[in-house]
Design a protein around this ligand. Structure first.
Ligand code: NDP
Length: 332
């Protein structure tokens, strides 16, 4: 496969197969429903809880995870990344071991990149990673639109792994529709890009908002309500983000006033110099596996760091002011 971007593909590799969707959460629900609409024989594998009931209500045949794998030739592993290694070891690997060949699809590169899951040699290991939350996938699908995915192959046991990756991208409604695009990638590239978003501009946005809130309310007497509306509660930020997606990062700047353009461009240069080295360090920690080890350690200790950080942010002045405002706005 030489083309870097793909706009359509043949769904045929999935047509004579049973496809199990393992995990009926954000991604599982969206992907299972669209696959079924596209004529694929889909079953769901889940633990017996409310998601099991929801899949039944949506008209799927639902099985215990090992049973779903037993009944299928292709599985989409759509459980949270931190539980996937355990689910794979206990429920999936023993079943794949009994088969001649299997196709295992991931929606994120994490567990394969860091070796937390090491599939058997009889398995095609493919990546079809949506750049879209499950809810967004369904809403675009209702409008007859596709969405971007990164696709990759970590192990090609059949010689047809790329065809499976492309067929899955088509089956889950990513390509073959306006707005849809699959970019040839790898498990490593997807993980780097995904985690580096979470370790660079996304936390920078949170930190900048917190600093902004503290400075204007503590040092300039601004009202918390006005500050929070300015920061994100008005929805202006969402509109700017939409304009970035539709028009491009710099083209959308023409929608802002000249004062705003001047302020943003001059300050962006200052911040670029300040953050580039930090971004470089974060990328290196992701690439070397240092971050994955750090996060695995916190999980092994019962996620104490994550829980402590939740406590700190939810008891901040910003969170308290937001709660008051959102109650007044009827959003809580
Ligand atoms: P969710 O958190 O929505 O949950 C997925 C499913 O996993 C649920 O059915 C849940 O069932 C099940 N599950 C949770 N814990 C266990 C367990 N211990 N044993 C068995 N099943 C379990 O996951 P997402 O859809 O958010 O993520 C799935 C994959 O998609 C991940 O690889 C993620 O990186 C990727 N992805 C997610 C995106 C998103 O928008 N969220 C975007 C792009 C990719 P229950 O809770 O009922 O136990």
């Amino acid at each position: 496969m030489s083309e870097k971007v793909i706009f359509d593909a043949d769904i045929a590799p999935l047509k004579d197969k049973v496809v199990s969707v393992i995990g009926y959460g954000n991604q599982g629900q969206a992907q299972a429903r669209i696959l079924r609409e596209n004529g694929v024989d889909v079953i769901v594998g889940n633990v017996r809880d409310e998601y099991w009931d929801r899949a039944l209500k949506d008209g799927f045949k639902v099985y215990e995870i090992d049973e779903a794998v037993r009944r299928s030739q292709v599985a989409l592993l759509l459980v949270p990344d931190e539980v996937a290694p355990h689910v794979y070891r206990k429920k999936i690997e023993p079943e794949i071991g009994k088969k001649e060949h299997f196709v295992l699809d991931f929606a994120s590169g994490y567990n394969i990149m860091y070796g937390f899951i090491r599939p058997r040699p009889n398995t095609d290991v493919v990546l079809v990673a949506p750049r879209m939350i499950g809810r967004g996938i369904l809403s675009l699908h209702r409008q007859g639109r596709g969405y971007p995915v990164l696709i990759g192959v970590a192990q090609d046991s059949s010689g047809k792994a790329w065809d499976y990756a492309k067929a899955i991208a088509k089956g889950i409604g990513a390509i073959g529709l306006p707005g849809g695009i699959a970019v040839k990638s790898s498990f490593e590239e997807e993980t780097l890009l995904d985690l580096l978003t979470e370790h660079s501009w996304a936390p920078l946005l949170i930190a900048a908002m917190q600093a902004y809130f503290d400075v204007v309310t503590e040092e300039y007497g601004a009202s918390p309500e006005a500050a929070i509306l300015e920061l994100y509660a008005s929805g202006e930020l969402a509109e700017v983000a939409r304009a970035m997606a539709e028009m491009g990062l710099f083209e959308q700047m023409k929608l802002h006033s000249r004062t705003s353009q001047y302020g943003q461009f001059t300050r962006a240069r200052k911040f670029y110099r300040m953050v580039k080295e930090v971004v470089r360090e974060e990328a290196a920690q992701i690439w070397s596996g240092e971050f994955a080890r750090e996060w695995s350690l916190d999980q092994a200790f019962g996620r104490v760091v994550l829980q402590r950080l939740w406590k700190i942010v939810t008891s901040s002045r910003l969170a308290e002011a937001e709660d008051r405002l959102y109650r007044q706005l009827g959003r809580r």
